[in-house]
Structure formats: C-alpha cells, structure tokens
Design a protein around this ligand. Structure first.
Ligand code: ADP
Ligand code: MG
Length: 257
C-alpha cells in the first residue's frame, strides 16, 4: 500500500443551487500536517466548498478523498444530490472537526457538557477518559475556569475557543474552519487566532477559510484564491500575497497590497 500524503483531496467538485452554479469544477489538495487557507470575496463559494468536504453540502459531481476513504454522491430522480454511502459518511465525518463562524454551541448545555456530547454519545468513550481529555482541552484554549459556564455567559471569543475545544474533543484527523473570527468583535480576534496558530504549530491538518489576510499569509502552507466558484490562483502564501499573478487577486488584495 502506498502511503497517503494528503489529508483531504477534492476532485472536480461541482455544486449548483437551482440555476446558480456556485462551484464550477474545483480540485485541491490539503496535505497532512499542513494548513490550507481559502480566501476570496464574499459569495465566491468558500463556505460551500468547505461544506462539500464533509458533505454538509452534497456535491452534484466530484469526489472527496479523506485519507483512504472516498466520499461519492449521486443525483436522485428528483435531481437532488445525496451521499452514496451514508454509513461511510458517518465514519468519515467523525474524523473531520468543523468550526463555524457562529460557534454553534449547544446553548442549554454548559461548556464541559458541550465538549463531552460527541465523545460520550457518538464515540461511546468511557466518561472518565473523555472528561479528562475535555478538561485538558479547556486548559489548552485557556478556559479551565469556564467549564461550568453556559455559552450565553461567555464572550464571543470564549465561545469560539470552546467550539475549537469541542471539535478537538473528537480527536479529528482534519480541522475545518469557516471564517472562525468573522463574527467576533475586533478585540477578540487575537485570542482565537492564537489558538489556531498553536494548532498549526502542532502540525494539525487544517483547512481554513478566512478573511484575515495577514494571518492566512503567516500560518498557511498553501493558499487558494476563489473567484466565482473556481480557483483563480493558488500557491505558497508568500507568492500569492506578495506577487499575485491574476488581476482579480491583485484587486482583491488592494487594501493591504
Ligand atoms: P462565501 O462563503 O465565499 O461567501 P458561499 O459558499 O456562502 O460563499 O456562497 C456562494 C453562493 O452560493 C452565494 O451566491 C450564495 O447565495 C449561494 N448559496 C450558498 N448556500 C446556499 C444554499 N443553501 N441555498 C442557495 N444558495 C446558496
Ligand atoms: Mg462563507
């Protein structure tokens, strides 16, 4: 068996919502232990592409390889795209941790309960082990003292750090971030980016959709620039941000370029 060097590989992904073709044949590779960042204007298809990785949005066409598994989809008679193997999807999803723009914590559960939900009820891990792991993750994101707090009692930055710890509690192989700081007040962006940077330095495989250009340039190994549902340009971040080739990327970077 040949060793697999990628964490995620997407091939020729297409997705339309009605007559709106949002993804027009996208292929990319996210290497193991590396950070792939995705940038682009609002509406360019970044969130849709990230959601296609775990079939939260089911592609109309194309394949998603996660390690040795390949997620496939097909169209039903009514034209709706569905995942071809739902048991495989369940298995694969457990290996992908996702962090959303709006935290998506369970509001009626406290912080520790938010972290234990998946490990106990999805992974059926022993409570003592899961609790110890959860507490160590809260320490890692600097929130040990908030384990009994409810989400509404936390700032946005704290909620997002809980959401990251919750994703980590499942021991995922890959972390998917969709603009994790865009719903935060400016003074809270730094505390969340610090946690993400630490995860990158630990060598976690990540796909990061972000509008934090400086951070993307700093933390990623490879960057995709999306425009109108296609990859307009990609490469090492230093090249993309400092010597953009396409006119559209130059325009997009204008304010900081
Ligand atoms: P980005 O994350 O880059 O801002 P999105 O992937 O959210 O872009 O959206 C790309 C396009 O797809 C937009 O035109 C958006 O309105 C459309 N879109 C996204 N999700 C849906 C959906 N569930 N139903 C219909 N249209 C959608
Ligand atoms: Mg988006």
């Amino acid at each position: 068996m040949t060793a697999i060097s990628y964490a995620v590989r997407a091939e020729h992904i297409h997705k339309s919502f009605g007559s709106n073709e949002v993804l027009r044949g996208i292929s990319f590779t996210a290497e193991q232990g590396k950070v792939l960042s995705i940038i682009g204007a609002s509406g360019s298809g970044k969130s849709t592409l990230l959601r296609c990785v775990n079939h939260l949005v089911v592609p109309d066409e194309g394949l998603v390889h996660i390690g040795a598994e390949t997620l496939r989809s097909h169209k039903q008679r009514d034209g709706k795209a569905v995942s071809s193997d739902t048991r495989q999807l369940e298995r694969v999803r457990a290996r992908l941790g996702m962090v959303f723009q709006n935290f998506n914590l369970w509001s009626h559960r406290n912080v520790l309960q938010n972290l234990l939900e998946g490990p106990l009820h999805v992974q059926h891990r022993p409570k003592a082990e899961a609790t110890e792991h959860a507490l160590s993750l809260l320490a890692k994101v600097g929130l040990s003292d908030k384990k009994d707090a409810y989400p509404s009692e936390l700032s946005g930055g704290q909620q997002q750090r809980v959401a990251i710890a919750r994703a980590l509690a499942m021991n995922p192989d890959v972390l998917l971030f969709d603009e994790p700081t865009s719903a935060l007040d400016p003074e809270m962006v730094g505390e969340v980016l610090r946690v993400i940077r630490q995860l990158a330095e630990e060598g976690r495989s990540m796909i990061l959709v972000t509008h934090e250009m400086r951070f993307a340039q700093d933390v990623s190994d490879h960057t995709l620039f999306m425009h109108n549902g296609q990859i307009e340009e990609e490469g090492p971040p230093d090249q993309l941000f400092k010597q953009p080739k396409s006119q559209r990327l130059r325009q997009f970077l204008q304010p900081t370029y």
